[in-house]
Each structure stands twice: as structure tokens, then as C-alpha cells.
Design a protein around this ligand. Structure first.
Ligand SMILES: *Cc1c(COP(=O)(O)O)cnc(C)c1O
Length: 415
């Protein structure tokens, strides 16, 4: 984690702060569990990209990392575009009032209705991931008699060495087009003048620890772009995706500047504009999840702190074996012990952290750090648990950006 991020989440005299507010005050006022985000960290992370891109380039924040409309508005205000992976993510962006000309639409399984919605809204680019999808878009474009800007999303067959669930650019993954499919689309596209292939895209996975892997994929999309141009297409954008890794524990954090210096160098004698699709690296470090210790349970071999956050609220540890730092919200003058932090959900896998040296008693609050990305968006109602409240802190100000779910919300659809 970089210095800037550390200063927005700091401990002073044993008190954890988010910006200028002690987290304990928020926990007492708004209850637990509670997701809290820092305005400053989101802004600074976005500006790190912005500073290194040129006027003609576009940063399309990956909405799926955290799709709260208030966060989309914040980023739109900084000039961000958006990468969406469903019709409803697109609808969220339009609801947030973002410029539709800055929206790209990725995903292998876009339905007819989702594509029609995107075509009608004339977004910047629909990123095609199969021959079947090309044909479906072609059908919609012809029926509506509308031109559609598209990208070909290429599968460059690069393995990034992160968790197998978050690799998307190797030959065996479901994402992107292989060489043969690109040739097929080229053939069909000659007979379809409503589909404009104006960019080539790639996203090789998440939590990438070496920018050179993205550079490799850039070479691949550059050569596909050249091929498309030989066939009469005008390629305006090269979209190198997102996936830059952050430091949860001791991972190598990819610096946007390191990546973009190299990308700009590769593209310096070309007219291509760059699109980036960062998600985690913008929102990940901005969020914490506050939890209360309900019980301390000594089980002989293990000592558990039973907390009020479960895998339904935050699934990354259970799903990806992800490690997240846990901090005391208030540091007490008591003995520390080694704890496993287990949630209330009736699953053996509902353990959110193991072997943590902590000073806690029942009733104390802890914070999971770096939960801004793939935290709240992956939460569920398993065990009929209600989704947490979410707050955005900006200096001394706090705003509720999502209210706590109620029992009535939970059963509302069960007619
Ligand atoms: C998930 C995703 C991203 C963002 O990935 P991060 O690791 O969060 O930066 C970008 N582009 C596409 C197509 C994605 O599916």
C-alpha cells in the first residue's frame, strides 16, 4: 500500500481513523457490520492513473469492483469512464448520470436484452467475446438500423499467476476471442456496415503483480489491430483492461505510472488512444469493514474470536483464500492472543482470518482493511442475514451511501 493510502487510514494514540474521523465513533453511531470508504483514497488512486494518461485516453473504472451509485458519481466527477459487465451495471451508470460515450461493455454472456439496451444507449463500445455475440449484435443493429461501436476482446493466452479464479487471459479461460474466431468475425464484418470495430481489447485477469504481463498483452492486441486495419477497419482505441494488483499483505503492487510509461512508449509512433479498466487498484484500499467481537471462544487447539461479519458479508477469504489485514479499532492495554476470526454463518468455511495476534474482548470492534473492491458487491443474504450499511467519509463529513437492509427488504420478493 502506498503512503497516501496509509495516511487516510491511520492509528493515532491507539485509535483507528478514516480520514479525520475515529472509526469507533462511526461504529457506535451506525452499528456493525459497516463498510466505510475514504473519499480521499478513491480520488488519489484515480488521479494516479489520470496523471499518467494523455488527454485522448480514457480510464474506464470497472464497475463490478464496487458499483455503489455514489461511488460512480464520485468517479464520474473526476472524469472517469466506466467498464460494465451487465445491463444493470450499465443502468447504474446511466442512473448516476455518467457520460454514455465513456462506457464500455465487457462480458461473455450478454443477453439479447442487454445488448439491445446497450445499442439503444449508443455507448462507446461493446466488447465482443464470441462469434455468436457478433452475430447477435449484428441482428440487433440491423433490426434497429443503428450503427454500433464495438471492440474485439482478444484472448492473448497469458497466464498471470494469481488465483485460478481470477485469471481471464489464458487459453483455457472462457474470456476473449482466439485467432480463429477473430478471422471469422473479420469475414462476417465485411458484409455488415452497421458494426464498426473501432477498438481491440484485452483483460488478462485480476491482482496482476507484474506490469510486463500487461505489456505482453498489449503486443498481442497491437498485432490484432494491425490485422483489422489491413482489412479496412479503423482502430481508434487499444483497451488494455485492468487487473493491476494491490498490496494486501506483501504482494507487489503495480504502479500505474510504471505501466503507463511503458505503454506510452510502445504506442508513441501510433495514433491509438488508450483505454484502461482498473477496478481493484482504484477502490480496493479505500474501504474497511468494521466488525464487532461477539464472543471469545477457547477451543483447546484454537482460540476463536467470533465476529458479527460472516462470509455472506465478505466472501473473499472463503472464496479466494484472500488475506486481509485486521486492525483493532481501539488499541487496549490488555494481553494479546492469537485468534482465528470466525463469522456467525453455519459453514465451516466461514473463517475470515487465521492466526492473528490481537488485543480484543467481547464487544470490541475490529476492522478488515482493503475491502473496497469485491467486498460489498459480492455479499449475499445467506442465513437470512441483512446486508450492512455503507458510509463514505470525506475529511470530517460522513455520508450514508447505502442504508442497512431490513427484514422487509429481505422478504419483499417472496409473494
Ligand atoms: C473485472 C474486470 C476488470 C477490473 O479488474 P481489476 O482487477 O478489478 O482491476 C477490468 N476489465 C474487465 C473486462 C473485467 O472483467
Amino acid at each position: 500500500m502506498n503512503l497516501q493510502n496509509k495516511t487516510s487510514m491511520k492509528s493515532i494514540n491507539g485509535q483507528l481513523y478514516i480520514e479525520n474521523i475515529p472509526v469507533i465513533d462511526l461504529a457506535r453511531e451506525f452499528g456493525s457490520p459497516c463498510y466505510i470508504y475514504s473519499y480521499e483514497i478513491i480520488t488519489n488512486n484515480f488521479l494516479k492513473y489520470k496523471k499518467e494518461t494523455r488527454k485522448q485516453d480514457l480510464i474506464c473504472y470497472a464497475v463490478k469492483a464496487n458499483s455503489n451509485i455514489n461511488i460512480l458519481k464520485l468517479l464520474a466527477g473526476l472524469g472517469s469512464g466506466f467498464d460494465v459487465v451487465s445491463g444493470n451495471e450499465l443502468k447504474r451508470c446511466l442512473t448516476a448520470g455518467v457520460d454514455k460515450n465513456k462506457i464500455v461493455f465487457s462480458g461473455v454472456g450478454k443477453s439479447y436484452e442487454e445488448l439491445e439496451y446497450a445499442v439503444n444507449n449508443e455507448i462507446l463500445s461493446i466488447n465482443i467475446e464470441s462469434v455468436g455475440e457478433f452475430k447477435r449484435i449484428s441482428k440487433i443493429a440491423n433490426r434497429l438500423n443503428k450503427t454500433v461501436n464495438c471492440a474485439l476482446r482478444v484472448n492473448p493466452d497469458i497466464s498471470i499467476g494469481s488465483h485460478k479464479y481470477i485469471e481471464t487471459g489464458s487459453k483455457t479461460s472462457k474470456f476473449g476471442l482466439d485467432g480463429q474466431s477473430i478471422d471469422e468475425i473479420l469475414k462476417f464484418s465485411c458484409e455488415d456496415n452497421l458494426i464498426k470495430i473501432s477498438s481491440v481489447a484485452c483483460h488478462i485477469g485480476s491482482q496482476i503483480s507484474d506490469e510486463n504481463l500487461i505489456l505482453e498483452s498489449l503486443e498481442c492486441i497491437k498485432s490484432v489491430a494491425a490485422k483489422l486495419e489491413d482489412n479496412g477497419h479503423h482502430i481508434e482505441f487499444l483497451d488494455i483492461g485492468g487487473g493491476l494488483g494491490i498490496r494486501y499483505r506483501d504482494e507487489n503492487e503495480v504502479n500505474p505510472k510504471a505501466l503507463l510509461d511503458k505503454v506510452k512508449n510502445v504506442l508513441k509512433n501510433t495514433n491509438y488512444k488508450i483505454i484502461l479498466e482498473p477496478g481493484r487498484s482504484i477502490i480496493g484500499a479505500s474501504g474497511i469493514l468494521v466488525t464487532k467481537v461477539e464472543y471469545i471462544k477457547d477451543a483447546g487447539e484454537k482460540r476463536f474470536a467470533i465476529i458479527d461479519v460472516g462470509m455472506n458479508d465478505f466472501i473473499r477469504p472463503s472464496l479466494y483464500e484472500a488475506w486481509h489485514e485486521v486492525r483493532e479499532v481501539e488499541n487496549k492495554d490488555i494481553n494479546s492472543h492469537t485468534y482465528d476470526l470466525a463469522g456467525p454463518v453455519c459453514e465451516t468455511g466461514d473463517v475470515l482470518a487465521e492466526n492473528r495476534e490481537l488485543k480484543v474482548l467481547p464487544g470490541d470492534y475490529l476492522a478488515f482493511m482493503d475491502v473496497g473492491a469485491y467486498g460489498s458487491v459480492m455479499s449475499s443474504n445467506y442465513n437470512s442475514r441483512l446486508k450492512p450499511i455503507e458510509l463514505l467519509v470525506n475529511k470530517d463529513a460522513v455520508e450514508v451511501i447505502k442504508r442497512k437492509e431490513t427484514f422487509e427488504d429481505l422478504v419483499a420478493l417472496e409473494i
